[in-house]
Ligand binder design. Structure first.
Ligand code: ATP
Ligand code: MG
Length: 512
C-alpha cells in the first residue's frame, strides 16, 4: 500500500532518539502515518557500526552485531553532540562505552571507529540518512525536508549541531522542535482540547519535562521546561550493570569491567532484564561462560532479581526526575491540581516504578492511550504539516528556552539576556560601548546556562563586531540585538547608533 501525500516534496517528522529513532508523515487525508521499518516495527535503532570487512551498518544491522564488535559500534552519539571534550559528561560516557573518545578541533569530541574518527554530528547525519532512505523507499519519493525533534534541554549549540547533521546529508531540517512539545502536539493538536499538560519524557539518553498550556486545540504555549540530558534508560542499565559487576567481584574476585566483549553481553542482558521486570515480578540474569578463572574453568553470571530489587536500585534516578518535575511545575506557575493530563513519553516510562512514583507525586494517574515510542514522531509530523505550503492546519506555538542565555561581563559574571523559560520566538536589545580610545571593534562571549559565573556555562560562541569609527572610549553606542527563534536557536546583529550602520557580525562557534 502506498501512502498518498498532498505534496511531492513532503516534510516528514523525525524523532532522532538516543537509542531509537522514529519517523512519520501526514497523508492526504490528514492522518499521521508512521514509517514502517523492518518486521513492521516503527523504530530504527540509532546505532552506527563498521564491520570487520569495512562495511557500514546502520540501524537493525548495526544492533545485531554489536555484541561481537563493541569497539566499532557507535551508539548514543546524541549524548555527545554539541559537547566539549572537557565536559564531565564526556568522561562519564567514556567509562560506559567500548569505543574511544578523543578531543578534536572546534571544541568537539571525536569518536574512534574502525581506525577513523567521527564527529558526533557525522554519526547523527548517518542515522538521519538511514531514516531518510527508509522513508523515501516507503513513500516512493525523495525525502528532502524534515522537522527533527531535540530534547527540550538541548542548548543552542546542540540544536545547531542537529541542523548541521541534516546539512551534511543534504536534508533540509526546516525546523527543530522540542521532544515534549512534539508529544503535546500529538496529544492535543486539532482535538479541540483545552487544558494544561505535563509531559514527562524519559527516553534512552535524556530526561525532559515540560508544562504546556493548550487552548482550543491549536494554541500551544509552553510554560516551563527542564531536564537532564544525561539521564535516561542507559543510566538505568548502568546502575544494574554496576550491581552485577559488584556481585561478580564478591563471588569470584574478578572485575569484568575491562573485558569489552563480556561488558557488551552484560549490557545487553541488563537492558533485557530491566525490560522484563516491567512486566514480571522476577527475572534471572544468566550469562554462561562470561570469563574463565585462574585455573581455566569457565565462570557464569547467575543472578535472580525481583522487581523490588530493581526499584530499590533505580529509586535515586527516579528521585532526580521528580526533583526536576517539582522545579518545572513551580516555574510554570501552576499547581499540581491544575494539571489536566500527565503524558508519559519515552521507553523508560514503561517501568511500573516510574508510573507509580509519578501517580503518587502528582496525585493523578498518567494519561492512557499514548504510545511512548511514537508520540514524538507523530507530533513532529503534525508540526511538519503546518509548515507545508498551503497547509490547512493553523497552529500557534510558543516554546521556551531551557537555560539562560547571556554574555560574559568584565568581572566574569553572566549578564543574562534571556532568563530560563523565556518564551520563543523572542528578541532583546542592549546598548554597549567601547572601553578604549580609538577602539573599532567589540568582542564578546555568549554563554548558555544557569550558573552565575559565565565560564561555568556552555560557551555558545565568540562574537566580534567590527567597523566602529574611532572615537573616545565610552562614546560610541552600539546596539546589540539577540534573537532566539522558535527553534531556540540564537542569532545576533549589531548597529552603531551614531551612524545607523548595521555592523558586520563575525561568529566563531565553539571557540575556547
Ligand atoms: N518495557 C520497558 N521497561 C523499561 N524500560 C524500557 C522498556 N522498553 C524500553 N525501555 C527503555 O527505554 C529506553 C529507550 O527509550 P526511547 O526509545 O524512548 O529512547 P530514545 O528516544 O532513543 O532516547 P531519547 O529520547 O532520550 O533521545 C531504553 O533505555 C530502553 O531500555
Ligand atoms: Mg525519545
Amino acid at each position: 500500500m502506498t501512502v498518498k501525500l498532498l505534496s511531492d516534496n513532503p516534510i516528514i517528522g523525525i524523532d532522532l532518539g538516543t537509542t531509537n529513532s522514529c519517523a512519520a508523515v501526514v497523508d492526504e487525508t490528514g492522518k499521521v502515518q508512521l514509517i514502517p521499518y523492518k518486521d513492521g516495527s516503527f523504530t530504527i535503532p540509532s546505532i552506527y557500526a563498521v564491520n570487520d570487512r569495512g562495511f557500514e551498518l546502520i540501524g537493525q544491522e548495526a544492533k545485531r552485531q554489536w555484541q561481537l564488535n563493541p569497539r566499532n559500534t557507535i551508539y548514543a552519539a546524541k549524548r555527545l553532540i554539541g559537547r566539549s571534550p572537557s565536559d564531565d559528561i564526556v568522561d562519564a560516557m567514556r567509562e560506559s562505552v567500548a569505543f574511544n573518545l578523543t578531543p578534536g578541533g572546534e571544541n568537539e569530541v571525536l569518536i574512534e571507529c574502525a581506525d577513523r574518527q567521527f564527529r558526533p554530528v557525522d554519526v547523527s547525519a548517518q542515522i538521519l540518512n538511514k531514516i531518510r532512505v527508509v522513508a523515501s523507499d516507503y513513500l516512493r519519493l525523495p525525502v528532502r525536508r524534515a522537522v527533527v525533534t531535540v530534547p527540550a534541554y538541548f542548548n543552542d549549540r546542540q540544536r545547531q549541531a542537529v541542523k548541521e547533521a541534516g546539512m551534511l546529508i543534504d536534508l533540509d531540517v526546516v525546523r527543530v522542535i522540542n521532544e515534549p512539545t512534539a508529544a503535546a502536539l500529538a496529544y492535543g493538536l486539532n482535538k479541540s482540547f483545552s487544558g494544561n499538560i505535563l509531559i514527562y519524557d524519559l527516553g534512552g539518553g535524556t530526561f525532559d519535562v515540560s508544562v504546556v498550556s493548550v487552548r482550543a486545540g491549536n494554541i500551544f504555549e509552553v510554560k516551563s521546561t527542564g531536564g537532564d540530558i544525561f539521564l535516561g534508560g542507559i543510566d538505568f542499565d548502568n546502575v544494574l550493570i554496576r550491581a552485577v559487576l559488584r556481585d561478580f567481584v564478591e563471588k569470584h574476585a574478578i572485575d569484568l569491567a575491562d573485558d569489552p566483549v563480556a561488558m557488551q553481553r552484560i549490557r545487553d542482558m541488563a537492558e533485557r532484564v530491566k525490560i522484563d521486570l516491567s512486566s514480571r515480578a522476577e527475572a534471572s540474569f544468566n550469562l554462561p561462560f562470561v570469563t574463565i578463572d585462574q585455573s581455566g574453568l569457565p565462570l557464569n553470571i547467575d543472578m535472580r532479581l525481583t522487581r523490588r530489587d530493581l526499584d530499590t536500585l533505580m529509586a535515586p534516578l527516579v528521585n532526580r526526575t521528580l526533583d526536576i518535575c517539582e522545579r518545572v511545575l513551580a516555574e510554570s506557575g501552576l499547581r499540581a491540581e491544575e494539571l489536566d493530563e500527565i503524558l508519559l513519553i519515552g521507553g523508560q516510562t514503561r517501568m511500573p516504578h516510574v508510573q507509580d512514583r509519578l501517580t503518587a507525586f502528582f496525585g493523578k494517574a498518567p494519561a492512557k492511550g499514548i504510545n511512548p515510542d511514537e508520540a514524538v514522531a507523530i507530533g513532529a509530523a503534525l508540526y511538519a504539516q503546518t509548515l507545508q505550503e498551503d497547509s490547512p492546519v493553523k497552529l500557534q506555538l510558543l516554546d521556551v528556552i531551557p537555560m539562560a542565555i547571556g554574555i560574559e561581563r568584565a568581572d566574569g559574571q553572566m549578564h543574562v539576556v534571556f532568563p530560563r523559560n523565556s518564551p520563543t520566538p523572542n528578541a532583546k536589545s542592549l546598548i554597549t560601548t567601547t572601553s578604549r580610545d580609538g577602539q573599532t571593534s567589540l568582542c564578546m562571549r555568549i554563554y548558555q546556562g544557569d550558573q552565575a559565573r559565565a565560564r561555568q556555562n556552555e560557551l555558545l560562541g565568540e562574537f566580534l563586531f567590527s567597523g566602529i569609527p574611532p572615537a573616545k572610549a565610552r562614546s560610541p553606542k552600539v546596539q546589540l540585538t539577540f534573537q532566539v527563534n522558535i527553534e531556540g536557536v540564537l542569532s545576533m546583529s549589531a548597529q552603531d547608533l551614531a551612524t545607523g550602520k548595521r555592523m558586520e557580525t563575525r561568529v566563531k562557534i565553539g571557540a575556547k
